[in-house]
Design a protein around this ligand. Structure first.
Ligand code: LLP
Length: 437
């Protein structure tokens, strides 16, 4: 039985097909390991997400979370679709500006923004979600020096439990993000900002976590954020134009796992907003969403070539591939499941139980464990699925392994979107002090 998502296929040779291209052929042409990104799939995901909300609310802004994959080609595809950008560093902001996303469609988040980053954000008209009162003061100073008002919101901590891995749950009260609601910090921050000449306070923001497949915590978030919007209007007279719900919509990683369709999410969240807007007679805000994973995760695969296979009596085989935690750290970091297939044996029977390891000298260096796979031989090409988000973006050069290349595919067309790193790239920044030379 094939366990593939609908945008993949298998050709007559029994090879995996992605974006109209034979995956085995791609490795032959571009080398291994190799990230592949399917352009059409990103477009489909974006359109579906947008439509789900735009069908239910007149003013919606979808800002792609660059941290998921800030490759310029990926950013350009989404900019072409009309997406805004959610950035969490000055360099991501530079990427957004470089691919032509307007400052007005860009949101800058983070709990430790530097003055240089703030200068770039303010001068490009980016919306800054301020994370602390101290940051607010710095924003005011930078804006007044630039002679240009800063457009800001505050990130608030909504104190919401999310059913996800603790490393990526960010809405709990103990989390480092956002201003505390219960102790009155939020109202204090809005009051302070409303008195600042060089600050326009126009937004409110929260992000409750990532890889969430349950609509309930998003509903709770909408309830809490809209409650604050109403309070800020009533008590401080500040009408907020943007309500930014962050990202977090998950995807199914395991075959057979159920996703949370964006239509269902929208149909649960938008009525909450509608109700509060009516009840308190506030103006319809622009809803901002910052999806990362949903837009790009399932558009990406990692192709890696088997070097060796070791059978062990009574235990799973150990398959050694040329990509491991250096190329994809999610399995060891979050215990994340990424589906694995043998790209050149898509129709072969799954007769072996195998652990798939990378080439690094660490026990955490694995891509998957206890997988039912066909008999594996050296030279086989493994495909690791759903790695378009937080894959290459979180890769490293551990044990001096150059990062993989990335190729964009679209209806049989291919082009390199990120070059493979070389030994020169690895060593370029190292210097031997003069007294050692
Ligand atoms: N907005 C903010 C403020 C965020 O912090 C994040 C992700 C997003 C949007 C996008 O969230 P998404 O829609 O992708 O869930 N490295 C982890 C995920 C970390 C997410 C961090 N923040 C992983 O590999 O699962």
């Amino acid at each position: 039985m094939l366990m593939l998502k609908g945008h993949f296929g298998v050709n007559r040779a029994g090879h995996l097909v992605v974006g109209g291209c034979d995956a085995v052929e791609l490795v032959r042409r571009f080398g291994s390991p190799l990230y592949i990104v399917d352009e059409q799939r990103i477009r489909e995901n974006y359109r579906r997400f947008c439509r789900a909300f735009a069908d239910r609310w007149p003013k919606v802004m979808v800002c792609y979370a660059y941290k998921a994959n800030s490759n310029l080609a990926v950013c350009k595809i989404l900019q072409g679709e009309g997406a805004g950008a959610e950035v969490s560093s000055g360099y991501e902001l530079q990427n957004a500006l470089r691919v032509g996303v307007l400052g007005e469609k860009t949101v800058f988040n983070g709990n430790c923004k530097s003055r240089a980053e703030l200068r770039l954000a303010i001068s490009s008209g980016t919306l800054i979600n301020v994370d602390s009162i101290q940051e607010l003061r710095v924003v005011e100073r930078v804006a007044s020096r630039l002679g240009r008002p800063a457009r800001i919101g505050f990130r608030v901590n909504p104190d919401i439990k999310t059913p996800t891995h603790p490393h990526i749950a960010t809405g709990l009260r103990e989390s480092k993000f956002g201003l505390d609601v219960a102790s009155g910090q939020v109202m204090k921050a809005y009051r302070a900002a409303s008195k600042m000449k060089d600050v326009q306070v126009i937004a409110i923001h929260s992000h409750i976590g990532s890889q969430i497949l349950d609509a309930a915590p998003f509903e709770e978030e909408a309830e809490k954020l809209m409650g604050l919007v109403a309070r800020i209007k009533k008590e401080l007279g500040i009408p907020l134009q943007f309500v930014d719900f962050g990202g977090g919509l998950g995807i199914p990683y395991k075959p057979g796992e159920k996703g949370l369709p964006p239509e269902e999410l929208a149909s649960r969240v938008v009525p909450v907003i509608e109700r509060v807007v009516k009840e308190y007679g506030i103006e319809q805000p622009t809803l901002v969403f910052e999806p990362g994973r949903y837009l790009v995760a399932d558009a990406g695969i990692l192709l890696t070539t088997v070097g060796y296979c070791k059978e062990r009596p009574g235990m799973p085989d150990w398959v050694a591939a040329d990509a491991g935690m250096n190329a994809l750290i999610r399995p060891v970091l979050y215990g994340a499941y990424h589906h694995i297939e043998v790209a050149n044996k898509m129709r072969a029977k799954r007769v072996r139980l195998a652990n798939v390891a990378g080439p690094l000298c660490e026990s955490g260096d694995f891509l998957g464990k206890g997988r039912k796979l066909p008999a594996i031989e050296p030279g086989d090409v493994l495909a690791v699925f759903d790695v378009g988000a937080y894959g290459l973006a979180m890769s490293s050069q551990h044990t001096a392994k150059p990062r993989p290349a990335m190729v964009i595919v679209n209806s049989g067309k291919t082009e390199i979107a990120r070059l493979r790193e070389t030994y020169e790239d690895l060593m370029r920044l190292d210097k031997i002090p003069s007294w050692l030379a």
